[in-house]
Design a protein around this ligand. Structure first.
Ligand SMILES: NC(=O)c1ccc[n+]([C@@H]2O[C@H](COP(=O)([O-])OP(=O)(O)OC[C@H]3O[C@@H](n4cnc5c(N)ncnc54)[C@H](OP(=O)(O)O)[C@@H]3O)[C@@H](O)[C@H]2O)c1
Length: 261
């Protein structure tokens, strides 16, 4: 039987707690602990489990890795954390999945340098669905460069800015940001749609966010994929494309061809 991957999670806010729900109930992983800035006044274990929630003010990363070793660290905290655990994961070869969306170029360069000694993935958008949508849209753009493209994003009433994901889609497809339409209504968690207008047909690629647990599904995918990678710095695209490439090669094997081909 394959050994479970021992995982530590840093960050236990809106996203981190949902990620903990997913990782703690996935049989491929053993979520060993959850670290946050401070543990005062909060439950000491993740609800329904005996996974400890540890305040880093009383137990810094070096002590944590020493007392309860992990194979991988998942970061849903804040940009500064990477400097707190970086050298420890480098020294110990711990896999890093960082979901932090607001790294500076300096932070990203540091993360890339960690890739020299371990496996690192940084993904400012870690949902599997959105990343798949982006790859699929990129492919369709290549196949049909003549199609008109519009991007539609819908979010809850109080979201002030244009969705970063919609801007990333526009950038990836090399279309002007003006092609993004934003609708703000009710409590929509997140809807992204890329509409390809062909002369005689329309293709719509749509992603709907339902719950923050989707971040956990993305982190779980990244953990399983990175476990089979060499040391290096990866993006979510890299992992998806690697998987697609090997699937395509598998389908193209000679024994899959039809008679007479
Ligand atoms: N890539 C993606 O798709 C994606 C999706 C969602 C969120 N995110 C990212 O995830 C991060 C958290 O988002 P959120 O909405 O969950 O924020 P949040 O609700 O404010 O929670 C932040 C959590 O991180 C902890 N934290 C902050 N700085 C820390 C440090 N230096 N060391 C240890 N723990 C620290 C906080 O600890 P305390 O509880 O003790 O204050 C808190 O538990 C953000 O950077 C966000 O950009 C990424």
């Amino acid at each position: 039987m394959q050994q479970k991957l021992r995982v530590g999670l840093v960050g236990y806010g809106k996203a981190g707690s949902a990620v903990a729900n997913v990782l703690s109930s996935d049989a491929r992983f053993e979520l060993r602990w959850i670290a946050r800035r401070t543990s005062s006044g909060n439950p000491q274990t993740h609800p329904g489990t005996d996974i400890p929630i540890i305040g880093l003010e009383s137990c810094p990363f070096a002590a944590l890795f020493e007392s309860d070793p992990v194979d991988a660290l998942v970061d849903f905290s804040s940009p500064e954390s990477i400097r707190l655990y970086g050298e420890e994961i480098r020294r110990r070869g711990i896999i890093l999945i960082s979901a932090i969306s607001a790294y500076t170029e300096d932070d990203l360069n540091y993360a890339r340098s960690l890739g020299g000694d371990t496996r690192v993935l940084c993904s400012p958008n870690i949902t599997l669905g959105i990343n798949f949508l982006i790859v699929a849209a990129k492919l369709l753009r290549k196949i049909a460069p003549f199609a008109d493209i519009e991007i539609l994003e819908q979010h809850f009433k109080d979201k002030p800015e244009v969705s970063g994901t919609a801007r990333k889609i526009a950038e990836t497809l090399e279309v002007n940001g003006e092609r993004i339409t934003s609708l703000r209504l009710g409590g929509i968690v997140g809807h992204h749609e890329v509409i390809f207008g062909f002369p005689h047909q329309t293709v719509r690629l749509t992603h709907e966010s339902i719950r923050r647990e989707a971040f956990g599904t993305g982190a779980a995918f990244a953990l399983t994929q990175l476990a089979d990678c060499k040391n290096g710095f990866y993006t979510f695209d890299d992992l998806l494309l690697n998987l697609m490439r090997s699937e395509l090669l598998e389908t193209a094997k000679p024994d899959n061809t039809q008679d007479g081909e």
